[in-house]
Design a protein around this ligand. Sequence first.
Ligand code: NDP
Length: 324
Amino acid sequence: MNYRRLGKAGIRVSELSLGAWVTFGNQFGEDLAEQLMRLAYEAGINFFDNAESYAAGKGETVMGNVLKRTGWRRESYLVSTKLFWGLNQGVNQKNTLNRKYLLSAIDPSLKRLQMDYVDIVFCHRPDPETPIEETVWAMHNLIERGKAFYWGTSEWSAYEIVSAIHLAEKHNLHKPISEQSHYNMFTRQVMEKEYLRLFKEHHYGDVVWSPLASGVLTGKYNQGVPADSRVAFPGMEWLQESVIKPDRIEKVRQMTPLANELGCSMPQLAIAWCLKNPYLSSVILGTSRVEQLQENLGALNVVDKLTPAVMTQLDQLLANNPTK
Ligand code: NDP
């Protein structure tokens, strides 16, 4: 496993990390979660991603119980959670980054995780209703109160992130250190174009999600929707329309012979392709089976096979390079 600095922060995260969305507390419970986390940790993964909203809080509960059982030293791994969507109905309690919400939502998250602090807390989405200055102060206070070591953003625009950095600099507050962005072979615009100056001039970190486009890039949807797949899971039908599209399936079909030539699988190719981006620190994996995680960890051995010539070939197949 290789480790990369998280932007300008002093901490280093494993290039591959493990997340809880859809899976922990939804598709499976503690037993499989423990097998996956142990496999990940033994492979050198030191970063586990979560959010208050995953499985309506159960994602954190499952991860917290597993971490307690493992007895791993708290210093040896990083855990993140994300706040924004909220678990309760009502004004000021959902879809918000207001000060009252942020400073009260972190405690139930920590309780579910059975931790005194998370390493990174992300603002799960931007909140156009709350002044960015209010959010920056709240995140600073949350860190000062010892609830988290660092804070970050997820799916914020470059403008919103730079505004937060400038406000933090102006008031001498803790700055956000990292984004959590959607990034894969099909979704490139933000990571490869919009954020470029953010990465180059502010050395902002990024840990990226859905590297397999919810599984589409594995080829598992080439022949239709398998009954045991994510998009067939009750409550996840909405995902089907947004991720499974004929042109994507066609591109996966076209890339598969190249994966075969390189001696790897499609998921390994797609994950290794993400790792070629020098501005991201970690690719967050999602897996619903031990075999999937074993296979996806193999992506680390594929990165060196992605020579400039192979990357050009992939670029031509994908036909979506936002800088061209
Ligand atoms: P992926 O796009 O990699 O999708 C993971 C899913 O793909 C798995 O759960 C599994 O689904 C399928 N899969 C994975 N590996 C294989 C394989 N080798 N063969 C066949 N199928 C495979 O990642 P996620 O969308 O899960 O995102 C990863 C993490 O990123 C999340 O857990 C979360 O922590 C974070 N995230 C953050 C978001 C944000 O807004 N900040 C949004 C979304 C995710 P199946 O059950 O069908 O087998």
